[in-house]
Write a protein that binds this ligand. Sequence first.
Ligand code: AMP
Length: 260
Amino acid sequence: MFVEMNPSIKIDRAAWLQGPSAECSVAPRDRKNPWRLVLLGAPGVGKGTQAELLTGRLQACHLSTGDVFRAASQRRDCDQSPAMKAALEYMRRGELVPDSTVWDMVRERSQCILQCDGFILDGFPRTLTQAELLKELMEKEQLSLSAVVNYELPVAEIVQRLSGRRTCEKCKSVFHVTERPSSGGGICDRCGGRLFQREDDRPEAIAVRLDAYERSTAPLIQFYKSLGLLLPVVAKGSPDEILARTMERLAQVDKLTKAL
Ligand code: AMP
């Protein structure tokens, strides 16, 4: 299952970000054992960065529900459905978007989960209801998750990470003012786009998000532990160190799968 990313292989997320009316330019390659991962962890723990890095290593598509909402927020007002407008208000306040809205959005994009060459779900599921719905969706197609990686970090460090995070407005790459600064200051190293602070990374929204995490998302740790899928990973250190730790844990799963 472990393959270094071939630079000629591109992963396209058009169908995920824009919905079923858009088509990915890269067709699925029908691999035998694609990775189907969920990344768990409090906001700011670095799931997005790890998802990006893992995408390169595992050749799996990065499916972030937060990115879908952010992509929708860039659209013209008249192109946003009433449900999406309401969802974006929840997001601005740092609150969770209601399960029904999130599920409608994910269900519309279910081919990204069911038919792609592996995925890394980042920011979904975030509640027990969402986790049950995902399980049902996959079970109907006789699919199961390979593992659920749970990134662990003390709250004080999470707050420091969130408040210093900067995102590229064009390619969505994530930087940090001290831990992962871009060499061009407020400009993205990858594409030259402008870096900005997400509205929900402001202090008042951070408190709301951490509270929502404790109440609604933390119970998923037990849920996936009882399914035998949970892989705890300490999220301290640089992104590369955390990636190395994650790959070590995934190698154990890989060996186990092969031994079965
Ligand atoms: P993220 O980029 O994953 O931190 O998501 C940003 C925001 O989008 C969250 O704070 C929520 O408001 C919303 N959001 C993203 N994914 C979900 C989800 N699965 N359930 C509920 N709200 C979500």
